[in-house]
Design a protein around this ligand. Structure first.
Ligand SMILES: C[S@@+](CC[C@H](N)C(=O)[O-])C[C@H]1O[C@@H](n2cnc3c(N)ncnc32)[C@H](O)[C@@H]1O
Length: 273
């Protein structure tokens, strides 16, 4: 009896009080109304400038933007940039351009920042997202930032066949494939299939770079207050480094390695064909 009452009060607190308070902040509103996984919300996390209705909204936004999980998201972006930049240097020594295909790119902040910081044009990126709002946001920001080599396309990354046709038609073959903030939403079978397809798709020596959550200390808050863009219940898949090393080895990637962040939440996994 007592247990039931506590559970109801807990539900009421999260689903009524906290949810309505969160909606006054930009990040809270985005995660509750437009879907927590949207790349648009991630752009706001990277900007890290609190916005919201009235002082309370901005205050809550500031609190949300300072959650360790959000710090870890910004850290993941910086780590991905470092890994890509390292590969750009290697390619340069070999006289090759770096071509990055970003799967489920959102607004591809890491690629836009790289393109902005290194304007000599030796990184070309194609960014695919199924959400038209993410595609238009990416296009708009890239145009404002005057970036020439970053293109955004609307598409479903689970239809890589389309991508293969598109890239062979345009003779544009990526030597890096990135998937950041994606695999947490998909089960082991779907993820394995995708990583295998990327392997087939990459040229020899091509690199796959993706992120995976090992843990999130905001699990309860997300489950009880936030929703996905499809309105479906959250199912999030947390995976340990050993899982990835064994999967990449099994598929045939060479030298798989893992960057673990200092919050022990986001891992970046890298493998070479
Ligand atoms: C958490 S965001 C990550 C955005 C960006 N990669 C980053 O790390 O900042 C996940 C993105 O995956 C996109 N997405 C999910 N399923 C997809 C699919 N099947 N095809 C293309 N994009 C997808 C969503 O629209 C969303 O923008």
């Amino acid at each position: 009896m007592m247990k039931k009452l506590i559970a109801r009060l807990d539900d009421f607190f999260y689903k009524v009080i906290l949810k309505n308070l969160l909606k006054t902040s930009k990040l809270g509103y985005g995660t509750i109304i437009t879907g927590a996984e949207s790349g648009v919300n991630f752009e706001h996390m990277y900007n890290n400038h609190p916005e919201g209705k009235f002082i309370i909204g901005r205050f809550i936004d500031k609190v949300l933007l300072n959650l360790p999980a959000v710090h870890a998201t910004r850290g993941r972006k910086d780590d991905i940039k470092k890994i890509i930049w390292n590969e750009v240097q290697n390619n340069r020594l070999l006289g090759k351009k770096t071509r990055v295909l970003d799967l489920a790119s959102g607004s591809a902040r890491y690629l836009r920042e790289l393109a902005d910081e290194h304007r000599n044009g030796d990184i070309e990126s194609v960014c695919i997202d199924k959400d038209k709002d993410c595609v238009s946001l990416g296009e708009k920001l890239a145009a404002n930032e005057n970036l020439k080599n970053v293109r955004f396309l609307k598409g479903d990354i689970f239809q890589l066949d389309h991508l293969r046709k598109l890239s062979s038609r345009q003779e544009w073959i990526p030597n890096i494939v990135v998937a950041s903030g994606l695999f947490i939403y998909f089960n082991d079978n779907d993820v394995e299939k995708m990583i295998k397809e990327v392997y087939e798709f990459l040229p020899e020596n091509g690199l796959i770079i993706f992120s995976s959550y090992e843990n999130l200390n905001t699990r309860k808050l997300m489950r009880k207050t936030m929703s996905t863009s499809s309105g479906e219940k959250w199912t999030l898949y947390y995976r340990k480094p050993e899982h990835w090393i064994s999967l990449l080895n099994r598929i045939g990637y060479r030298y798989p390695f893992i960057f673990r962040d200092r919050w022990e939440m986001n891992n970046i996994i890298v493998g070479r064909k």
